[in-house]
Design a protein around this ligand. Structure first.
Ligand code: PEP
Length: 249
């Protein structure tokens, strides 16, 4: 049985004061979330402070990205072992904003997945098609290529301790959510692609949906057979809204 995961991606938002308030708001309600595992991914600079507030409680800590390198002359980057030392259980790799604005390609995302695991964290690897790709009928081609990069690089066994998030680029931050059927169809495709290499790993893999998930639409998405939770952007910046989503998990 796959345990639902609801992970909040705060992106580049917050101040020390607002982050403290948000975490306290989450902790006030997170104890009653029974069915889902909950994680939050603040900007790197807030990890130490947020980690101290979470203090091993019901909400896990995650990061939004990591370097593919473990240490060295990579100015401005953050290494996996550093994130692990600060208590990160999860780390997002290959978010579409990293792919689009930082030129991250499938091969780099695959290397980051392996680097995260080597540091003892669980990567949340993002895949997703653009609107142009969907409208051209290329969704499965694009998602297949992105998933194959993980299967051909780190390998199917690596996916036994990873999470994949399907995030259609056209649904991120746009208020336009994939319908449950649209999302389920891609999730089933991803699981099938992985099952072709290893059926047991595919069966145990948590597949999250991300893209304008809100308290009002989370239940119908999470009810789908192959949707095992969500990666939540904007709505994770509001404690009550995020907790509503967590309760839907
Ligand atoms: C995200 O940033 O991963 C995301 C899904 O954003 P939003 O929920 O705001 O669409």
């Amino acid at each position: 049985m796959r345990r639902t995961l609801v992970a909040g991606n705060w992106k580049m938002n917050g101040s020390r004061a607002s982050v403290a308030e948000l975490v306290d708001g989450l902790l006030a309600g997170a104890g009653t979330v029974a069915s889902a595992e909950v994680a939050i991914c603040p900007p790197h600079v807030f990890l130490a402070e947020v980690g101290a507030r979470l203090d091993g409680g019901p909400v896990a800590l995650g990061a939004q990205d990591l370097s593919e390198h473990v240490s060295g002359a990579y100015t401005g980057e953050i290494a996996g072992p550093m994130l692990a030392e600060y208590g990160c259980r999860y780390v997002i790799v290959g978010h579409s904003e990293r792919r689009a604005y930082h030129g991250e390609d499938d091969a780099l995302v695959a290397r980051k997945l392996a680097t995260a695991q080597a540091a003892g964290m669980i990567p949340i690897a993002c895949v997703g098609e653009t609107l142009e790709e969907r409208e051209a009928g290329d969704t499965e081609t694009v998602i297949g290529r992105q998933v194959d990069a993980l299967l051909d690089g780190p390998g199917v066994v690596a996916l036994a301790s990873a999470v994949i998030a399907y995030e259609p680029v056209w649904a991120i931050g746009t208020g336009r959510t994939a319908t449950p059927d649209q999302a389920q169809s891609v999730h089933a495709f991803i699981r099938g692609r992985i099952a072709a290499r290893d059926a047991a790993i595919a069966d145990g893999l948590r597949l999250l949906y991300g893209g304008s998930v809100k308290g009002a639409n989370a239940s119908e998405l999470f009810a789908m057979q192959d949707i095992d939770g969500g990666l939540i952007g904007g709505a994770s910046l509001d404690a009550d809204e995020f907790l509503t989503i967590c309760h839907a998990g």
